[in-house]
Design a protein around this ligand. Structure first.
Ligand code: AKG
Length: 360
């Protein structure tokens, strides 16, 4: 299925932030009943979802002795195989850099609307201030605004798209954060390579000159949070994602079987998950898992999703070492550039994108 790059939004853009003080959620944001988050249902403490929580892994163990290092790698591997996600502590990204990101970017969303509008994005690259993913006319929208920036490779970094306001939001803040997160991604890449029985540099080679982008998500408070979602269920299309979630406000939910498990904020933690490209390269050993965001009536929520991706013109396919007559390749080769186009045009749609790449 060939997809054309669309350069303009199909309808006028409404900033969700301007709807936050309304009495009702406009129809465009009301999900069909089967997709609503069911927040009003009394929590059932004996339900599976209420008893589950994402694994928390101390990555400091990777710098320990051989046994501790092995145990930490095994914990990461198990978390990715079972959950596709984990919460990382002692991850190497400095707390002050994370705090500065939160402070500075909150300032952007607090600017008057007219000043933010100067950075309005388009679906050509999605860079800038946005309020929808996907370009399907008439689509039901999510309750969130965002700012998206491409960070890597350096050649795609376009400073014209970066906010110059507020003055307290400096380019260096985002760049310092990105540099530290990339190091974390490289560490996770080696762990994934080793735990799949591949040589340590496998994922770094497969990713080539890696790409990266950051989406700063701003979910305004919502008058009827039971009717809508901050972000619809999706798996991440890229390699892996490092999420700096709001440390005060819950919202992220991860699918586990038939349940949605709410992620409890842990101060100082980063949430790491694998995306569709690692699912493909690992020939399904590691799964990119669906997640979604719920909103609430009392307060806004801010999160930073750092997407670490393969070079976009390299063919991504299951590692040859993981393919055998008893485990044939589950996916056909595709470049990340082609793959990303589906996500950008169709918006978040569960796991339908990766299913499209199935070999049979
Ligand atoms: O806001 C969150 O907690 C999750 C964000 C996310 O999944 C995304 O930006 O793709």
């Amino acid at each position: 299925m060939a997809m054309e790059l669309v350069r303009e939004w199909p309808e006028p853009i409404v900033r969700v932030q301007t709807l936050a003080d309304g009495e009702f959620v406009p129809e465009r944001y009301v999900k069909p009943p089967s997709e609503r988050p069911n927040l009003m249902a009394a929590p059932n403490p004996s339900s599976t979802a209420a008893q589950l929580s994402l694994p928390v892994i101390d990555l400091g163990g990777l710098a320990g002795g051989a046994a501790e290092r092995r145990a930490t790698m095994a914990a990461v591997s198990q978390a990715f195989a079972e959950w596709g996600f984990f919460q990382a502590v002692n991850h190497g990204v400095r707390a002050e850099v994370m705090a500065e990101m939160r402070r500075a970017w909150r300032g952007f969303f607090e600017l008057p609307l007219a000043e933010k509008q100067a950075y309005a994005n388009s679906p050509a690259t999605f860079e800038g201030y946005g309020s929808r993913l996907g370009v399907k006319k008439g689509a039901i929208l999510d309750w969130g605004d965002y700012f998206f920036l491409q960070l890597l490779p350096h050649a795609v970094r376009n400073y014209d798209k970066w906010p110059r306001l507020p003055s307290s939001l400096s380019r260096e803040t985002t760049e310092a954060y990105a540099e530290e997160v990339v190091k974390l991604c490289e560490v996770i890449e080696s762990v994934l390579s080793v735990t799949l029985g591949l040589d340590e540099g496998f994922f770094q080679r497969a990713f080539g000159e890696a790409g990266a982008g950051i989406r700063v998500n701003y979910y305004p408070k919502c008058p009827q949070p039971d009717l809508t979602l901050g972000l619809s269920p999706h798996s991440d299309p890229g390699g892996m994602t490092v999420l700096l979630a709001d440390d005060q406000v819950k919202g992220l939910q991860v699918r586990n079987g038939d349940s949605w498990v709410t992620v409890e904020p842990i101060p100082g933690a980063l949430i790491v998950n694998v995306g569709d490209q690692i699912q493909v390269l690992s020939n399904n050993k590691y799964k990119s898992v669906e997640h979604r965001v719920v909103v609430n009536a009392s307060t806004e929520r801010l999160s930073f999703a750092f997407f670490y991706n393969p070079q976009d013109d390299l063919l991504i396919e299951p590692a040859r070492e993981l393919v055998a007559p008893s485990s044939p390749p589950v996916y056909k080769p595709m470049t990340f550039k082609d793959y990303r186009m589906y996500m950008r045009m169709l918006g978040p749609r569960g796991k339908s994108h990766v299913d499209f790449m199935k070999a049979t």
